[in-house]
Design a protein around this ligand. Structure first.
Ligand code: ADP
Ligand code: ZN
Length: 431
């Protein structure tokens, strides 16, 4: 099923044509309205007239998170304030939050992106859909909310918190769809267990998960515990919010809404185009008015696949986010992504998907400690048995990571649960 079959299935030539036209316009807009971009383009000796096709994008400057911070709060806004109808902000845990202003047209593009995604996941107007991302400055809640309304399913703005009340509501109303972080989905499943409500008593059939990295093992875990089919939705506030890319029924990568967001893949060290394998995703907003961004370096590491997809969509598919380039841990000189550790943990039936990665430095040597909860049915009062499980986990981690980690096995429920994005990594080396 398609929300917008024409746009989702354009031929590659038609798409490139459309992208080129839109790029030219957005470059004009920022050149004349955003001093930061005019200066950057002048530095590179590029004029808007030099941008005629989408291939010309390589002439344009990159934009980084630092550029957004340097221009805090609204230095990159391209339209007068009266055209801005909503403002969101990123969480700002790593510094000043990023402020993003949307015009009415920007909100239209955003909800269209989400409506395409939901339709691709098989959500229909018959569905009762609970939005359990946090509502507020975070783009997850309102982003999904208006997308669900646009496509015509019934939106239940549950937000996070009040988990027990939410579960009761799911059961009583017969809610069929849900969007939240994968961490919150697990929290829901656990709370259902505590309340003694089984997955057969609720009617969930479609789950939409994103806002943080998650693995295929996590997908199976959530599908099994909530009795639904789980789909991946990706996005980021700077570009628009959730809806930049979405899976289809093939579940073999996420289609990028390429007529709105132009993707490139670069080597984060050399900034050159990455032809093969994983690289950093760079996105250009092709229609945005409020805060258009040229070649924004997302810091998300992924792959791009231009081959034809069985669903009929012609847009490029991005792979799962392997991690943010700034999530990558360098431990004793070895590059490690938290997702690798999650995969190992979930490949063993004894361990729950609740874990923490603690990195520290003792003297000059980095240490890696993985604290992981046992599943209730495997938590026993038998020291030798527990030691054996621990050794097995250490062994498997060593095979995958090429370094030795310490492991702490914890009783079920010891690690605090997250309703939004989970914090899996505690790096004490910078403190
Ligand atoms: P921040 O987390 O920086 O405050 P956002 O709330 O806009 O900003 O989150 C965007 C980031 O969340 C993305 O850049 C990406 O790292 C992560 N993210 C979003 N969706 C997904 C997804 N489906 N899979 C993996 N990571 C995701
Ligand atoms: Zn597809």
């Amino acid at each position: 099923m398609f929300w917008n079959q024409i746009k989702e299935c354009l031929s590659r030539d038609e798409m490139a044509d459309l992208q080129g036209k839109r790029l030219r316009k957005v470059v004009e807009l920022v050149y004349h309205n955003v001093p930061f971009y005019r200066a950057k383009m002048q530095e590179l000796d590029v004029q808007p007239e030099d941008i005629n096709t989408i291939e010309d994008i390589g002439k344009l400057p990159f934009t980084t998170k630092k550029d957004l911070r340097d221009n805090y709060p609204v230095g990159l806004q391209a339209v007068p304030q009266e055209m801005i109808v909503r403002t969101h902000a990123s969480s700002g845990t790593t510094g000043k939050p990023t402020i993003v202003g949307y015009t009415r047209k920007d909100l239209g593009v955003w909800s269209e992106s989400v409506a395409r995604a939901l339709t691709s996941f098989g959500v229909t107007r018959q569905d009762l859909f609970s939005v359990s991302y946090g509502y507020g400055l975070f783009t997850g809640g309102l982003g999904l909310h208006y997308g669900v309304e646009k496509m015509g399913a019934t939106v239940i703005p549950a937000s996070t918190g009040s988990t027990e009340k939410h579960i009761t509501l799911m059961r009583d109303l017969g809610i069929t769809g849900i969007a939240c972080t994968p961490s919150y989905a697990l929290h829901l499943a656990e709370t259902m267990d505590e309340l003694g409500i089984s997955r057969d008593e609720i009617k969930l059939r479609v789950g939409v998960f994103g806002a943080e990295p998650w693995t295929e093992d996590m997908r199976r875990e959530i599908e099994d515990r909530l009795g639904l089919k789980a789909y991946n939705l990706y996005g980021l506030s700077e570009i628009t919010g959730p809806g930049v890319s979405y899976e289809c029924e093939m579940q073999n990568g996420s289609h990028i809404n390429e007529d709105f967001f132009y993707p490139e893949l670069i080597n984060p060290e050399t900034l050159e185009k990455q032809a093969l394998g994983a690289g950093e995703l760079v996105l250009t907003t092709l229609l945005k008015e409020g805060m258009p961004l040229l070649r924004y370096r997302t810091r998300d590491l992924t792959t791009l696949d231009y081959s034809r997809c069985g669903c009929g969509r012609t847009s490029v598919r991005m792979g799962r986010i392997l991690g943010r380039s700034d999530d990558m841990l360098i431990i004793r000189g070895i590059n490690i992504f938290p997702s690798q550790i999650e995969s190992v943990i979930l490949s063993m039936k004894e361990f729950a998907p609740q874990y923490q990665i603690v990195v520290d430095r003792k003297g000059t040597l980095d240490s890696l400690l993985i604290q992981v909860e046992l599943r209730p049915e495997y938590f026993v009062d038998d020291f030798p048995a527990m030691e054996k499980k621990k050794k097995m986990l250490i062994q498997r981690l060593r095979t995958v990571l090429s370094i030795t980690a310490e492991v702490d096995l914890l009783p079920p429920g010891s690690i605090s649960r997250s309703e939004g994005k989970a914090t899996h990594v505690i790096d004490k080396r910078n403190i």
